[in-house]
Design a protein around this ligand. Sequence first.
Ligand code: ZN
Length: 646
Amino acid sequence: MEILADKFDDIKILRFEVPGFEHLDLSKKLFIYHLSQATLAGRDILWHQHGKYNLLLRDVLEAIYLLNKEGEEWDSFVVYLKKIWFASGPHHHYSTDKFVPGFSLDSLQSWMAQLKPGMGKLTPQHLTSENIQLLHRLIFDADFLPKRVNMSPDTDLVQGSANNFYEDLTQNEVEEFYRKQKENAENKKLSFGLNSKLIKDNGAIKEQVYSEKGLYAKALTAINQHLKQALLYAENSAQKKTIELLIAFYQTGRLDLFDDFCIKWLSNLEGDIDFINGFIETYGDPLGIKATWEGVVQWIDVEETRKATIIANYADWFEQNSPTHPKFKKEKITGVSLKAINAVMLGGDCYPASPLGINLPNAEWIREEYGSKSVTLINISNSHHKASLSTGFAEEFVLSKEEIALEKKYGAISDNLHTHLHECVGHGSGKMLPGVSSEALKNYGSVIEEARADLCGLYFMYTPKMIELGLLPSLDAAKAHYNGYIRNGLLTQITRVKLGDKIEQAHMRNRQLIAAWVFEAGNGKVIEKVIENGKTFFRINDFDALHILFGELLAEIQRIKSEGDFASAQNIVETFGVNINRKLHEEVLQRFRKLNIPPFTGFLNPNLVPIYKDNQIKDVVINYTTVYATQMMQYSTEYSLLNAID
Ligand code: ZN
């Protein structure tokens, strides 16, 4: 299997392998197959959540793509379309800024003049002069819907964001609406607003709930049909009940059923196959209320799970031995589980840009009462590593040969360990003080949460416990990880940010926050800035001291979270996590450009092909032969379940 599948603009597309799939028995293959169909069937939902006109845009661009032209303008068009596929809309998946097309309006107009209803998915409505004007603006007018998720503190976050969660509303109106909804609700624990769009109808604010009877009905009905097929092959009764609750949630849109589903999903630990399917993460909404749709089908990786289970079994030990203040610790950690899995199918907000680890559910009260379930996507991170070893990246940004050798020797093993610790110990740890709302930190909430999880990983990785438990061969592996983390946080991750921009994305803010904070706290001695031949490097001089600094920061971040201290969260994030030194940024981008490596990565799904005999599936075959554009066009044909124009 060839790992690198495509490369365009700032993105590379890799393949991932599902080792051993062919040896599964038919029942498990069928379970995976139907869950995978349910994962792909939600694709249009995310597109529409990302922007009201995204499906219209996709239909028209794909129809143009079928014209199959040639030349420079055409090549630019194909790159533009590939970027839109990647981001499920015209805004960059990371920066959320609108893409700037590399082709001219003239070219677009000449291609569009050749379109007719019936080409691709085009209907007469796609091509009304009104819609054509709209698309011109969407593609070429930089001031029209410029940003999908606007987090800047001095704007109205709702009006400044191009996402499709709110219409004709202000931030105040939205916040007030959900404050009242919660106040009037009998069950105040529900994740109010998680699965709906908020609109204004004749001056009244109304919620359009996602359900089989509401918004996204067609896609959710299709997902449910696949889930009903999957039910027949569930591995055990807990799994069966979990799927039934999800079906009921999609049928009704009732948030209490989603909570029931999450709780049941948590208890379902026995099977080898598991899935994520639902309205899960709220990063796409600057207010952190609305969740985007995502799906993953996963199958256990036996050896890595053995290691992860060791960590899970010691979760309580980690909590009691963490440097946080005792009043912010959980008395006893229950229900923490951690599985290493191989992804089989990615969908919605997990495709093509896939996470490396997942910790769910997100509802704080469920996490506190029932714990959380964590997974590490082993085959995804292995693909990352394989692809990164031959790029020259380490050689450019690492000062010494010893450090490079450490990276090559221990990079993969310590990265997997960090992900285990981040997901299980990190996100699972700590508690809120009574009366503190989980939304108290507002737009800084996810950065603080990610920092907390990363710091747990960083702190515990460099402890003798790791060696005692057989998780690391020596502290050198932890040193390799510290080197990599500091290098990334202070230097290399800004290759993903455009010159002059600030850091916006929660995970990136968290990494810079941590690295910059310990750099300053160590007075430039614990970590030293070194300039050689005009190139900037960071060298860790004292690993023991750095370990202690990580512990101090962890204690402070946990305090901020537990107390819901918004002012401190804002201060620490804005001071350390947001701004980039322009001179350094320029230098790093220049060094990076020379290497010619795209900073972002996405993944193609394998193809699962059912083999029929007498109308029955008698086998499911896996193959990795598809290419990026083919997979996208195939998905647009097979899973096009929502109307572009409503
Ligand atoms: Zn995390």
